[in-house]
Design a protein around this ligand. Structure first.
Ligand SMILES: *[C@@H]1O[C@H](CO)[C@@H](O)[C@H](O)[C@H]1NC(C)=O
Ligand SMILES: *[C@@H]1O[C@H](CO)[C@@H](O)[C@H](O)[C@H]1NC(C)=O
Ligand SMILES: *[C@@H]1O[C@H](CO)[C@@H](O)[C@H](O)[C@H]1NC(C)=O
Ligand SMILES: *[C@@H]1O[C@H](CO)[C@@H](O)[C@H](O)[C@H]1NC(C)=O
Ligand SMILES: *[C@@H]1O[C@H](CO)[C@@H](O)[C@H](O)[C@H]1NC(C)=O
Ligand SMILES: *[C@@H]1O[C@H](CO)[C@@H](O)[C@H](O)[C@H]1NC(C)=O
Length: 263
């Protein structure tokens, strides 16, 4: 009787647990180490090959053995958010190099506690507003620390804030929960970091944002959305920091294949 109830409890815990932060973090570490070393054997050992969906760079399915992970990149900054409900993570990695700089955004999707999809936006000089000096500097000036439990926004509030921002690009009458200040880091270009900074400048219109893939993390008040940007469907990532229901920071990377997206 005692044994039976214990196994029932164990089962209930298993199905309710989804993914845990430490478990996801351990696997993300193997990703970062793979990129830092150019050696991905340990990373691949965390793949769920039975449900494998693919390795993507800039929205193209590519051979992992021919992609950016084969290059040992000296990562100078990394920050990850964890979605323990959807079992997906997002990592921002910066290579602040004068000769071969990168800013990479990567979502890792999990199944059976292993990775079954790698989805990266890989940006380099020539990509939209790319400026490694700016990107590397401004991230050090921001606060993306944990939000105390009593001040955390719900998953829905966080996700809706990001969706409102992205909807605005194609529906000008959308109400967006702008923070004051709100500041956007776009490729490397930074908005006004002062108390009156606003993210409302530079939002285009007539630009549908489709194929949204989310990573929502209540602890950091953060959400990343990988998207197809506009009718050209440029591979893009938008990461948001939401504080008190309002947008505080936006980080964007866009790869368009032509220098600065032809602008
Ligand atoms: C990622 O950042 C953490 C600190 O946040 C650091 O301890 C770790 O070494 C970094 N990983 C890589 C591969 O640079
Ligand atoms: C999945 O397959 C790759 C080869 O594509 C292999 O390197 C890796 O070790 C495999 N992972 C597991 C957990 O078996
Ligand atoms: C890159 O960003 C830095 C820091 O914000 C800025 O000083 C510099 O002028 C920028 N470079 C270009 C080419 O915009
Ligand atoms: C990025 O690299 C440049 C060139 O080495 C350096 O001057 C700058 O301080 C670095 N930025 C950060 C935030 O470390
Ligand atoms: C926003 O504009 C669209 C047409 O562009 C309209 O269909 C929709 O009802 C409007 N929504 C609000 C809340 O005004
Ligand atoms: C911010 O806006 C307020 C109200 O308009 C103004 O008084 C203040 O000087 C502004 N601060 C800065 C740094 O621009």
């Amino acid at each position: 009787m005692i044994n039976l109830s214990l196994s029932v409890i164990a089962f209930a815990v298993t199905i309710a647990a989804h993914c845990t932060r430490p478990q996801l973090a351990e696997t993300v570490d193997t990703y970062l180490l793979a990129q830092a070393s150019g050696q991905s054997a340990d990373f691949k050992a965390h793949f769920d090959n039975s449900t494998w969906l693919g390795y993507y760079e800039n929205a193209k399915k590519v051979d992992i053995n021919a992609g950016v992970l084969t290059k040992a990149l000296p990562i100078t900054h990394n920050r990850t958010i964890y979605d323990t409900i959807a079992c997906v993570t997002y990592t921002e990695a910066i290579v602040n190099s004068t000769t071969d700089p990168y800013v990479i955004g990567t979502q890792l999707k999990f199944a059976n506690h292993k990775i079954n999809k790698v989805d990266s936006v890989v940006t380099r000089p020539g990509d939209w507003l790319f400026n490694i000096t700016g990107y590397a500097y401004w991230v050090t000036q921001e606060d993306w620390t944990e939000i105390p439990v009593e001040k955390q926004d719900t998953r829905d509030t966080i996700k809706h804030a990001a969706d409102a921002y992205l909807d605005l690009f194609n529906a000008p009458n959308t109400t967006v929960p702008w923070g004051t200040p709100c500041v956007r880091l776009e490729g490397g270009l930074y908005g006004d970091p002062g108390p009156n900074g606003t993210c409302q400048v530079g939002v285009p219109s007539g630009v549908p944002i489709t194929n949204r893939r989310y990573v929502v993390d209540e602890l950091f008040g953060a959400v990343d959305v990988m998207i197809d940007f506009g009718n050209s469907k440029w591979p893009d990532t938008h990461e948001f920091r939401i504080v008190g229901g309002k947008i505080r920071y936006v980080h964007t990377m866009t790869h368009c294949g032509t220098p600065n997206c032809g602008v």
